[in-house]
Ligand binder design. Structure first.
Ligand code: FAD
Length: 487
């Protein structure tokens, strides 16, 4: 009758599947989060995600404590450990003498391997592990083609997803009702949530960013977004304006429930609000990439379409120089450089720009998409293996329902179209701020008077373009000919 709830990518006390099942099934439930050394040790020593998680745990601890108090239980809250989860969870389960551990699914290959280990150790000790779907609306093999296969194309997947949806799938788990099962934290396990410094991390700039943490932060952003969701369709492509929801980090760490946001979006979609339908589609893309990863885990290392693994990307010294210029926003293409400044300064990048910089890396610089994927994985605060891998394989044309390989974004026309007044570029590249709108997308085309008036000296305070787009395009078409994919 005793259980342990293990939080991972579901850092909220409300509408949480595993927490609900644990509280319903057991008389006494302890809650734990492990700062897993297997995950933390390889990270750079400044990482915004560690701070995001830490702040969100402080709030989760408070929520669990007050939920317990509302049911007359004093001393509830979260147990937080800094250890190897693989060994810590079975050890804690035995120390607390629980009969079962509850967690929500995490389908990333490393997480599945870790869970299998934990499952084995627990089984050895006679303890059960229950895991539940929580992170997506439909997972794994829940939405299949009529022939019973996993979908490889988005639109039919989306249609099947919508057809299969019932109110049950969007219903919140009423965790609050079962708060009386929360157990007080034993004195030897009670401790404040550790600071990033005590976990071995140096401070990042997270607290200065407009990135509110925890469930309260997620709710705040969602309420703000619902007010403007009707404009999402037009606004979402322009990085200078507040078009998207900025909820990705909350959906990644589960500080906000996917059921809650999808159910609001679905209601508004039924009412004919176009922006809500488009936004709901984005949530379905999220499910789509999760099922791609679950059903085709080889995408973590290789192309979804194996013939794309025959492409020979640049990898010598020159490629490394070009890659460094991309990472540091020194390509000479303002939209690309401003986008890279955005990820480097904030840990976020606008979706349109993710597509532009990914295409630029692979199809203008000829560099392997995995290099870019890794850079994003290290820098994005919303980094999610399924979505990131899906996005990179889309841009490199190697993925499930990807961009055809001969579609190559032109970084200048993308800039003219999606940042027409150069507002986004000026925000991140102040050295270009004085250029007229017409010249800001390709500063090397500006005339001497314009450059002088703006104080711009190309090659000094802003680079010349590191590649010629037209030449790069031809090289890419040749490089990709090996896939012989006519479509
Ligand atoms: P909104 O436009 O408000 O979208 C709402 C939500 O839908 C997002 O929060 C996200 O959860 C989901 N979503 C939107 N677009 C996609 C998509 N294409 N694929 C999967 N889910 C989507 N998203 C991540 O969450 N983590 C990543 O690591 C990631 N890496 C990407 C890499 C590349 C190369 C590309 C092209 C896209 C990537 N995306 C990733 C998808 C998308 O860019 C972000 O989800 C989005 O920009 C986040 O901002 P938002 O929350 O304001 O989005």
């Amino acid at each position: 009758d005793k259980g342990l709830m293990w939080f991972r990518r579901d850092l909220r006390a409300e509408d949480n599947a595993a927490l609900h099942h644990a509280l319903k099934a057991c008389k006494q439930v302890w809650c734990v989060f492990v700062f897993d050394t297997d995950i933390l040790d390889p990270l750079a020593r400044v990482d915004r995600r560690v701070e995001f998680i830490r702040e969100s745990l402080v709030e989760l601890d408070e929520r669990l404590r007050s939920l317990a108090e509302a049911h007359g239980i004093k001393g509830g809250g979260l147990i937080v450990r800094h250890a190897r989860a693989q060994t810590e969870i079975p050890a804690l389960a035995q120390q607390l003498q629980v009969q079962a551990v509850f967690a929500n699914h995490d389908d990333e290959p490393d997480a599945l391997a870790r869970d299998a280990q934990v499952f084995g150790s627990l089984a050895h000790a006679g303890i059960l592990m229950h895991s539940h779907k929580d992170h997506v609306i439909f997972e794994r093999r829940e939405v299949l083609t009529q022939a019973g296969h996993a979908f490889g194309v988005f639109t039919p997947y989306k249609n099947a997803w919508l057809k299969q949806l019932t109110p049950y799938h969007l219903k919140a788990y009423p965790v609050e009702k079962y708060g009386s099962s929360l157990a007080p934290v034993p004195a030897d396990l009670a401790a404040p949530v550790p600071s990033p410094a005590s976990l071995g991390f140096e401070p990042s700039n997270l607290s200065q960013l407009p990135m509110p943490t925890g469930s309260s932060g997620g709710h705040h952003l969602f309420e703000d977004f619902v007010q403007r969701i009707d404009r999402y369709e037009e606004a979402r492509n322009f990085p200078a304006i507040k078009g998207p929801s900025y909820l990705s980090v909350h959906l990644r760490f589960g500080t906000l429930s996917i059921r809650q946001v999808a159910s609001v979006a679905y209601q508004l979609h039924l009412q004919g609000i176009g922006g809500a339908s488009t936004w709901l589609s984005e949530l379905i893309w999220r499910d789509f990439y999760h099922q791609v990863l679950a059903n085709h885990p080889h995408v973590v290392h290789g192309a979804f379409k194996p013939e794309y693994d025959h492409i020979r990307f640049e990898h010598g010294k020159h490629a490394k120089t070009l890659f460094a210029a991309w990472c540091e926003g020194r390509t000479g293409y303002p939209l690309v450089d401003a986008a890279m400044a955005q990820i480097n300064q904030t840990g976020y990048m606008h979706n349109r720009l993710r597509m532009v910089v990914a295409s630029f890396l692979v199809k203008d610089l000829g560099i392997d998409w995995r290099w870019g994927e890794r850079y994003f994985a290290e820098h994005l605060i919303d980094f999610d293996l399924a979505a990131n891998n899906g996005g990179w394989q889309w841009a490199s044309s190697s993925g499930c329902d990807a961009q055809p390989y001969f579609r190559i974004f032109n970084p200048i026309t993308q800039s003219e179209k999606f940042d027409p007044g150069g507002r986004f570029i000026r925000r991140y590249l102040p050295q270009l701020a004085g250029l007229p709108d017409a010249a800001i997308h390709a500063p090397w085309k500006a005339n001497e008077i314009e450059k002088a008036a703006a104080g711009l000296v190309l090659g000094e305070n802003y680079p010349l373009p590191i590649v010629d787009h037209a030449e790069a395009r031809e090289a890419t078409l040749t490089r990709y000919a090996v896939v012989k994919n006519p479509k």
